[in-house]
Design a protein around this ligand. Structure first.
Ligand code: ARG
Length: 593
């Protein structure tokens, strides 16, 4: 379906043409004076010079052409030459009928869907998930779902940090702690144990310990580097131990991401790119892209139009070791070979902006990708505490993801109980706990996604968990409210799915219908601009319009059955649209709050 604003603009453009003016002048926008009109067109003002005519005369000419328009109920030419517009209720009704009959609510699918790989999450094996990973997962999941919803083929890849120095550190520390394990016995030819010799808790403790020791103890560091080298060159025991590290860590990660409603299609990691490195390096040398500078192998990526210094992209360090760059470039090569995507999108902290600029330029220049392969980095801002500094736990440490979620859930549970008490209904402890988790996740995700990704934002437990205002719980509360009205309608013996939309009668109803009609344009824009915040802003407006309508209308006691059914159909569509939106944001609504 066309966007409603485009349909309205087309009608206006035709009127300009029929009146003898340039159709391009007929652009319609949402009214900035909602008290006067719903939409407006300022084309007559713009045309005055071209036609050497007073704008009001042009506006009058155009308005005359629209006297019996199917789209406009009112077209008022007002001084000095504005066209104030109201749309016809029947036109709006037909539009909503089209939406209701379509499982994408009027969003047209792309003619040639793109294949997109989204690289997000990016946790590091054996390290506790922290806030930065939370943002990458939340925003990435939503960007993925939006792209999928608008009709593209999207593959989400977690891109685990599972290779390199941290792995050597862990293995070395394990060797010191448990020297008798068969993994360290080079003469061992039997089968290694199936069980890992450590738990996830120990693993998470080992890494910081080992990392700390290596900074103070040169010998320890050398040994750890040897362990890294052995792992990378395929020493059997080291590989087997590494497999345990990955397995233990990945199962813990899966549990964490599952709790967040985040789902990856691919669990590939830096280690998967490893075998692609030697050929890639050789190719870059052979083609003359890479050269030695101060012992390191680099590719120049600066361009004439640069206004800031873009340093060369380093492919290998002077000791021949590969870097974060190298892995990312090799991963690009691997992805092109395995999936040939049209686009790759990366989600990390915006401090990696320059890094990705270098990597992308290098990939283009060295033709690891095609000329038209799109490479996009979405750099997000920091999650701050109320003091404006990066969020810290009460004890001052870097917060672990799980603690953060707990903090929200505890507050959410308190509010849910308080709410139940206020409204005087009993609530089962277990059910309340489950609801708190569902609503808590919405509170966290909405709190994050309602901001432009690149902006820093304040993690505010009190505000995020509120049932009022621009929050996840408010949106869920609205959905639950609609569900309960629909359920009561059913209890009255009527069929929700049989309810037919009616022509809207009053202004609150019309405002709700007009908000609904913006769905396809909103979703398209959210996709094109990688902006889940647009979906949030939309559902906040939609929820507000619904609640305004709800407070003015006695739906269930309405005696005119057709009228009541019309409202029910409007509510049902509102619920479906809200649910489609929260689905792409990555959370869901409970049965009740
Ligand atoms: N593991 C990295 C980190 O924790 C993030 C990886 C992002 N993705 C990428 N392809 N570089 O910072």
């Amino acid at each position: 379906m066309k966007k409603i604003l485009d349909m309205i603009s087309e009608e206006m453009q035709q009127a300009f043409e029929k009146a003898g003016y340039d159709g391009k002048l007929g652009k319609v926008t949402l009214s900035n004076r909602p008290d006067l009109c719903e939409y407006q067109c300022n084309g007559a003002m713009a045309g005055a010079k071209q036609y050497k005519k007073a704008p009001i005369m042009i506006a009058n000419d155009v308005a005359a052409q629209l006297a019996d328009s199917d789209v406009f109920a009112e077209v008022n030419a007002v001084a000095p030459g504005f066209l104030n517009l109201k749309i016809k209720e029947e036109f709006l009704k037909a539009y909503l009928e089209g939406m209701a009959a379509d499982d994408k609510f009027g969003l047209d699918m792309p003619e040639s869907p793109k294949k997109i790989i989204i690289d997000y999450g990016g946790p590091n094996v054996a390290k506790a998930l922290h806030v930065g990973h939370l943002r990458s997962a939340i925003i990435g999941e939503s960007v993925k779902r939006i792209a999928r919803f608008v009709g593209h083929e999207v593959i989400g890849d977690i891109h685990l940090g599972d290779w390199g120095q941290p792995m050597g550190l862990i293995i070395h520390e394990l060797e010191l702690r448990y020297p008798d394990l068969p993994y360290f016995d080079e003469s061992f030819a039997g089968e290694y144990p199936a069980e890992a010799p450590f738990t996830i808790a120990e693993l998470e403790e080992i890494y910081p310990t080992a990392s700390g020791k290596s900074k103070e103890d040169a010998e320890y560091k050398t040994k750890a580097m040897e362990a890294t080298f052995k792992l990378q060159s395929g020493v059997r025991g080291h590989r087997a131990l590494w497999n345990h590290i990955i397995r233990v860590s990945v199962s813990d990660l899966k549990r964490n991401y599952n709790n967040l409603n985040v789902e990856f299609d691919l669990w590939k990691g830096e280690s998967d790119a490893h075998e692609w490195i030697p050929d890639m390096v050789q190719y870059m040398k052979d083609e003359g892209y890479a050269y030695i500078s101060d012992g390191a192998l680099v590719v120049d990526v600066k361009e004439e139009t640069d206004t800031k210094e873009i340093p060369p992209c380093m492919i290998l360090k002077s000791d021949g070791a590969s870097l974060y760059n190298t892995t990312d470039l090799a991963t690009i090569k691997m992805r092109m070979a395995d999936y040939a995507p049209d686009q790759m999108i990366y989600l990390t902290d915006k401090r990696q902006d320059l890094y990705f600029e270098q990597v992308f330029r290098c990939a283009k220049k060295t033709k690891l990708v095609n000329d038209d392969t799109e490479l996009l980095h979405i750099g997000f801002g920091t999650m701050n505490g109320k003091d404006g500094k990066p969020y810290k736990t009460r004890s001052g440490g870097v917060p672990r993801l799980e603690n953060l979620i707990d903090e929200i859930n505890v507050e959410m549970l308190r509010k849910i109980k308080e709410n139940a008490e206020l409204k005087g209904y009993g609530i089962d402890e277990e059910e309340a706990g489950k609801t708190a988790k569902i609503v808590g996740l919405a509170a966290i995700k909405y709190g994050d996604l309602s901001n432009q990704p690149a902006k820093d934002y304040v993690f505010d437990v009190e505000r995020f968990t509120s049932f009022e205002g621009d929050t996840g719980p408010y949106v869920l509360y609205t959905i639950v409210r609609i569900k309960s009205i629909l359920a009561k309608y059913k209890e009255q013996g009527s069929d929700v799915t049989a309810a037919k939309l009616q022509t809207v009668q009053n202004s609150a109803e019309k405002a709700l219908a007009m908000e609904l009609a913006k769905f396809n344009a909103t979703m398209q824009a959210a996709y094109e601009e990688s902006a889940p915040n647009k979906v949030c802003a939309y559902i906040y407006d939609l929820a507000n319009e619904f609640n305004r309508f709800y407070h003015e209308t006695k739906i269930l006691i309405e005696e005119d059955e057709a009228k009541k059914a019309g409202w029910i159909a409007l509510l049902n569509l509102t619920k479906d649209v809200l649910e489609a939106c929260i689905e792409v944001l990555g959370f869901e609504a409970p049965e009740r709050t």
